[in-house]
Design a protein around this ligand. Structure first.
Ligand code: GL2
Length: 840
């Protein structure tokens, strides 16, 4: 509980800067110093919020020291560096991670005690940095942690959105969205770099010089200003940067004359345009304006980052003070996190040719040796296609370059592979269909990148055999797999200290935090009753904490002695939260029909579902509403509610995940096979000893192999069966399971209120048609899902067996460390080496 003793700045403890204090008393003095001399609030108050900012600033002092040493070390050694370009980073909170990675957690906890506060409470004051929306953004953040921990010279580049992902509020209407102003009060972790500012142009035209060289001129020029966030590695000095660009217009762009003439908006037009660029992550793109803005954001990231990268390269000339452009790919690796930063390709070409004077062949050689591309989805709607008309308007020079890339690519295919003539249309970058002429960003990436990778074995196989099959026949060596991973620091060591201590105790080492493969040594103890009881106690403690949280945010009281069953992720039809809800509805109906005696023989469950639906995704929002409606009935039904509860966890984000995952016993990863590229929360749950019910999709396949097929509740169609099953449905050959029909009928009967769920349920029915025909095969998989749930209920009754499976889940999760993933990227794609900052 929050202490009140700290409500004022301590007069007993001095305020002294001691930037790198080791002793808790000195740290306390340093925190006091920041409370007084870096104030953000009126003086003398020292409530948890003030204490958070002062503590964060104190920690930042240490980070800055390491950070500067890292910069100067990289500058001196001049190694090849990786630049990770991503439109999303889902960083979450930073304080626990920072004191943990710096190994000063205990000292800070002590210091705060002296000041009348508990570190646990102070960290809760921090707002999540939610500059991402789901797995792709969180993956980028895990990667940053691993890059620093592995001492790799690497940078993250992104945008400094003012409003990150929206805050979700649950009302009678379902989900409502509020802007999340994470910077409202100031972020203690970012440092503005007024010496890293670059002009980024939009619109304008191409000027052709008499020599034939071309130059992009005119249009609108916005300044990109760097805001750096330190990324400390775990117990190492290396502290890398996440560089986020902010858009600004200059004083020159402010028309004082117009302003004084009373035309305030016109006077600051460019300022307001600049503000739009970093205003929100994924602005709605239903309108032309929205599309244009998204494209501007993407280009803004690419242009600013590449100017910065090129600037750094040019700074480090050879002995003769000459820039050796041919060396560029041996100093720079650029990784495109999905297609959002594809414009880095034509932008690098433009900068090299038009600004640096290189010829096409030289520029192309450099670009293709520098850039690599990760694909994160096979969903057609997520494969970006930009209108050529919009692109010509916004980026005329880049369109010239893209046309040339495409022309040369087509010529190459025609001469080297005449057998592919009928495939050329699908392979080329520009789709010139006069109705909807577009640039296919994924194609541009595949044609230009030296390496293309998928994010789990199954996904990479699907890329090779389906989406990119014809490219594979041209460049078989270009395609790789890099199975995703998660950082064991945030996702076990820090979010689940109880379990971490047990693991360290039984392994007799804490080396597993940086060498997760060591977890496999837990296997030998899986049957040990002493470990089992410690394991169960740790799980229970996390469940109790979670129950408290759920009560606080939903008002629903849940029983830590029931099976905690969790599905948290973005709400999407392919992720099939609807399958989960229909299963819950069926379970509820059966419980109602049972005798009191029979009920007592069931396994009591608490089903928790959480996640945000994209604001304009109607069916996803209906699913959110349905979960809440089902919960409202089930949880207040006295006959049943000690055997089943259904809770919607509002506003799912990184911090909420850190609370849910340690307390989970079963988690659902139940996407239609072939549709979830990897999934990464499956890895987090398994690592924390949670069993998985899931399909053979994405990384589930590899998780099941690693932890043992007997420890995974498998069901459902396989990816290679899906196309046939869809065909069979279309031909009216599908006979739904009676349980499936019963569950739908129960919802239709109004058991959960009067909201019209027909449109949602109809999407699961019929043979075909828009929004019909059960594209995601919920009905087909329903019976095997229910059977798997019965196996779960049985297994949970045998606590020893369950706990053993739980231990084996953790023991088998070593492969899913993002340290492993990043080491593979470094060796096999980026060709970079570690560059540890010397300790002395
Ligand atoms: C995703 C995939 O859907 C998900 O399966 C994968 O784990 C992550 C990270 O590779 O990438 N692709 C995507 O666009 N989002 C994802 O989460 N948002």
């Amino acid at each position: 509980a929050a202490t009140t003793a700290g409500a004022k700045i301590s007069q007993k403890i001095p305020s002294v800067a001691y930037p790198l204090a080791e002793e808790p008393t000195e740290i306390a003095a340093n925190i006091n110093y920041h409370a007084q001399y870096s104030p953000h609030f009126s003086p003398f108050k020292f409530e948890p919020e003030q204490a958070f900012y002062a503590t964060a600033e104190s920690v930042r002092d240490r980070l800055i020291k390491q950070w500067n040493e890292t910069y100067s070390h990289y500058h001196k050694v001049n190694p090849k560096q990786t630049y990770y370009l991503s439109m999303e980073y889902l960083q979450g909170r930073a304080l626990t991670n920072a004191v943990g990675n710096l190994d000063v957690q205990d000292a800070y906890a002590d210091a705060l005690k002296q000041l009348g506060h508990e570190l646990e409470n102070i960290v809760e004051q921090e707002k999540d940095a939610a500059l991402g929306n789901g797995g792709l953004g969180r993956l980028a953040s895990c990667f940053l942690d691993s890059m620093a921990t592995l001492n790799l010279p690497a940078w993250g580049y992104g945008l400094r959105y003012k409003y990150g992902l929206f805050k979700q509020r649950i009302t009678k209407a379902g989900q409502e969205e509020d802007a999340d102003d994470w910077l409202e009060k100031f972020s203690p972790w970012e440092v503005v770099r007024h010496d890293a500012v670059y002009p980024v142009r939009f619109f304008g035209q191409v000027e052709v010089n008499p020599s034939g060289s071309r130059k992009w001129i005119g249009g609108e020029v916005i300044q990109a200003v760097a805001y750096d966030v330190p990324i400390p590695g775990y117990k190492t000095k290396n502290t890398n940067s996440l560089r986020l660009w902010e858009a600004k217009a200059g004083a020159d762009d402010f028309d004082l004359f117009q302003f004084n003439d009373g035309q305030y908006e016109a006077a600051a037009l460019l300022h307001s345009r600049a503000q739009q660029i970093c205003a929100v992550l994924y602005p709605g793109d239903a309108t032309e304006n929205g599309k244009l803005l998204r494209l501007k954001q993407q280009f803004f990231l690419c242009s600013a980052s590449l100017q910065d990268i090129i600037g750094r390269f040019k700074e480090r000339k050879d002995e003769k003070d000459e820039i050796q452009w041919s060396e560029f790919p041996s100093k720079v690796a650029v990784q495109l996190n999905d297609t959002h930063p594809t414009l880095a390709i034509p932008e690098l070409m433009r900068l090299l040719m038009d600004d640096e004077g290189l010829g096409w062949d030289e520029a192309w050689n450099i670009t293709t040796k520098t850039i690599a591309y990760t694909n994160h989805t096979v969903l057609p709607e997520a494969l970006e296609k930009w209108s050529q008309a919009v692109m010509w308007k916004l980026l005329p020079r880049h369109m010239e370059i893209i046309e040339e890339i495409d022309k040369r690519f087509i010529a190459m295919v025609r001469s080297a592979r005449p057998d592919l003539e009928d495939k050329v249309h699908g392979l080329c970058v520009l789709d010139n269909n006069p109705q909807k002429a577009v640039v296919r960003m994924a194609n541009l990436c595949v044609v230009s990148a030296h390496t293309v990778n998928g994010v789990a074995q199954l996904h990479s196989d699907i890329l090779k055999s389906e989406l990119f099959a014809d490219y594979v026949s041209i460049w078989p060596a270009k395609f790789q797999n890099k199975t995703n991973g998660i950082t064991p620091r945030r996702w076990l060591r820090f979010c689940n200290p109880e379990l971490s201590h047990i693991i360290t105790k039984w392994l007799k080492t804490d080396q597993w935090v940086t060498n997760l493969d060591l977890l496999v040594n837990l296997r030998q103890f899986a049957d040990n009753s002493e470990l089992q009881s410690e394991w169960e106690l740790a799980k229970l403690a996390s469940k109790q904490r979670l129950a408290k949280y759920i009560l606080q945010v939903t008002g629903v009281s849940i029983d830590p002695n029931t099976l905690f069953d969790i599905q948290v992720k973005r709400i999407h039809e392919y992720k099939r939260q609807l399958l989960n809800v229909l299963g819950a509805v069926y379970r509820y109906k059966k419980l109602k029909e049972m005798s009191t005696e029979d009920r007592k023989n069931t396994t009591p469950r608490t089903i928790m579902i959480g996640g945000k639906a994209f604001a304009t995704y109607t069916n996803a929002k209906r699913i959110v509403k349905l979960v809440n409606d089902v919960g409202a009935v089930v949880n207040t039904d006295p006959e049943v509610n000690s055997f089943l509860k259904v809770v919607f966890v509002p506003n799912y984000n990184v911090s909420v995940a850190e609370m849910l995952i340690p307390g989970s016993e079963l988690s659902q990863h139940i996407s239609t096979a072939g549709m979830e590229a990897s999934g990464t929360s499956n890895m987090k749950f398994a690592l924390n000893g949670c069993l998985i019910i899931g399909t053979l999709d994405g990384a589930n396949v590899e998780i099941r192999e690693e932890i043992g097929v007997d420890n995974f509740f498998l069901f459902g169609a396989t990816a290679d069966e899906v196309p046939r099953l869809r065909k069979e449905r279309e031909n009216g050959m599908f006979k739904p399971d009676p349980r499936f029909e019963e569950a739908k009928q129960f919802i239709r009967s109004g058991a959960f209120g009067s909201y019209d769920y027909n449109p949602l349920l109809e999407s699961l029915e019929g043979n075909s048609g828009y929004g019909r025909g059960d594209y995601f095969l919920v009905g087909y998989d329903f019976p095997s899902y229910m059977d798997a749930q019965e196996r779960v209920d049985e297994a949970y009754k045998d606590r020893k067996r369950w706990t053993k499976m739980s231990i084996l889940s953790t023991a088998g999760s070593g492969k899913f460390s993002s340290d492993r993933t990043i080491a593979q990227y470094a060796d096999e794609i980026w060709k970079i080496n570690e560059c540890p900052v010397p300790l002395a």
